[in-house]
Design a protein around this ligand. Structure first.
Ligand code: EPU
Length: 442
């Protein structure tokens, strides 16, 4: 299993391009299930989760073509398109994906694929809306929390789907979904996306209240409208969808990855660096940028780029995660890494997931001073971290270990970096381009 060795102590400097957003691309690919016509996506990142989603769609009968429209500047060459099996998991595959769901014949998401990627639940809404039937494995818990999907199910049931949960699978049936008023008990990102997609083909109007306002929800709504849907209000907490009988093909560019952007900003901040990130926008990152400025960094927003210059030592900054536009849970671990070497004590409160502090024990192995009390972490900055062997437990936890490793003196070896490959395109190449000393060990 691959490991990442980081020889820390180098301030990150230079410029890299940010990739398309994983959490936008995953629901967007599922939206292609809603139409018989081909849908083309550009700026699709090369990530294991994207490979898994394409494999899942292919086994349902979706024809998958992947080709390069440009060299992403990260060493990935042009490759011809092919079946999803040909491209599954290959880092060299192209950034343009065309999905043709005209011959969709197997509306099933099996356990083997869903267990590796919870976002597979996003096929549930589109499948039942388009084919009248879906059989999707229940995702189960994961490292960061229990993560039930009861709100996805409740919403589809409100739209008239008959739902049975049997043998670990959700079976949903409906001859045609009907518009409904849905109030979700908590803000759920994929729940909002699943219900919004299903409602596009329902009869009449659906209103989703307490909807997630994340930019990825807006990106999905934009694509759905380009496919002929009538979605309004995305980005606010009430989304209205007027159902239509059918959607058509479209081409859509996946938005930039705000969490990848934020992760490199934190890495630059922690190392006292100076970086410029292109192909991205500060528009989705207000809460994080505020905190980075509080920590003493200079952040300059350009039209499609962000530059950050860090001071020699950062100030500790407290934060509380909450749904967008508040501070994202997906940046909590990376900001904790910054605070481990800042001046003072920070209080970090995690309100979205019940078990998202697993990076703390690994950061402590590198010399960090962190105390956990329930959903609150108290992080007191130390003068220096020291390299050690650490274990990645989930995607964002691994990103925090990378940041700590970049700061630590000596070598840090991170095990189980398949977690990183799920969500960070060409991480080792991008870090190397910024001057870091990073080697992937087999
Ligand atoms: N929840 C329920 N019932 C539901 C749905 C959610 O109880 O039916 C709870 C969850 O257990 C959690 C909270 O509601 O405590 C919010 O979960 P949400 O549904 O918003 O999370 P998600 O849609 O499963 C997405 C991202 C996550 C990100 C969260 C929160 C995708 C594919 N995943 O997950 O991304 O952390 O929103 O912003 O969009 C990551 O990229 O590392 C990642 C975990």
């Amino acid at each position: 299993m691959d490991k990442l060795q980081i020889s820390g102590g180098v301030a990150l400097r230079g410029e890299i391009a940010i990739s398309g957003a994983k959490n936008a691309a995953l629901p967007l690919l599922c939206a292609a299930l809603l139409t018989r016509e081909p849908v083309t996506f550009t700026n699709v990142p090369h990530l294991n989760d994207i490979g898994t989603m394409l494999k899942l769609l292919a086994q349902m009968g979706v024809k998958v073509t992947r080709e390069a429209t440009h060299d992403a500047g990260n060493g990935m060459g042009k490759v011809p398109g092919g079946s999803s099996e040909a491209v599954q998991g290959k880092q060299g595959a192209g950034d343009t994906v065309t999905l043709d769901a005209s011959a969709l014949d197997n509306p099933v998401a099996p356990y083997e694929l869903v267990k590796t990627m919870r976002a597979a639940i996003l096929v549930l809404g589109p499948l039942v809306a388009r084919t009248g039937e879906a059989k999707v494995s229940l995702p189960g818990g994961c490292a960061i929390g229990a993560r039930p999907v009861d709100q996805h199910i409740k919403g589809l049931a409100a739209m008239g789907a008959e739902i049975a949960v049997e043998h670990g699978y959700v079976h949903a049936k409906a001859s045609r979904l009907k518009g409904a008023r849905i109030f979700t008990d908590m803000v759920t990102v994929t729940g909002t996306e699943n219900l919004m997609m299903a409602a596009c083909l329902a009869e009449g109007e659906t209103v989703i209240e307490n909807a997630a306002r994340e930019p990825e929800v807006v990106d999905l709504a934009t694509c759905l409208n380009a496919m002929g849907a009538r979605v309004s209000g995305a980005g606010g907490d009430v989304i209205r969808i007027q159902g239509v009988p059918a959607l058509h093909g479209a081409t859509h560019r996946v938005m930039p990855d705000r969490i990848e952007t934020g992760t490199y900003l934190c890495a630059a901040a922690a190392t006292g660096g100076d970086v410029r990130l292109t192909g991205t926008s500060s528009a989705y990152l207000d809460a994080l940028i505020d905190k980075l400025m509080d920590s003493g960094c200079e952040v300059a927003a350009e039209r499609e780029a962000i530059r950050l210059k860090a001071p020699a030592r950062l100030n500790a900054v407290s934060l509380r995660t909450a749904p967008y536009p508040a501070f994202p849970t997906d940046m909590q671990a990376q900001f904790m890494a910054i605070n481990t070497v800042a001046e003072g004590t920070a209080v970090i409160r995690e309100t979205i997931f019940e078990n998202r502090f697993m990076h703390a024990v690994e950061l402590i192995r590198l010399g960090a001073d962190i105390k956990i009390d329930g959903n609150t972490a108290f992080v007191t900055g130390v003068a220096r971290l020291e390299g050690a062997n650490v274990m990645a437990t989930d995607l964002r936890a691994s990103a925090s270990l990378v940041i700590a490793g970049l700061v630590a003196q000596g070598d840090t070896v991170i095990e189980r970096i398949y977690h990183l490959d799920r969500g960070y395109e060409a991480l080792d190449q991008k870090l190397t381009a910024l001057g870091a000393r990073v080697v992937r060990l087999k």
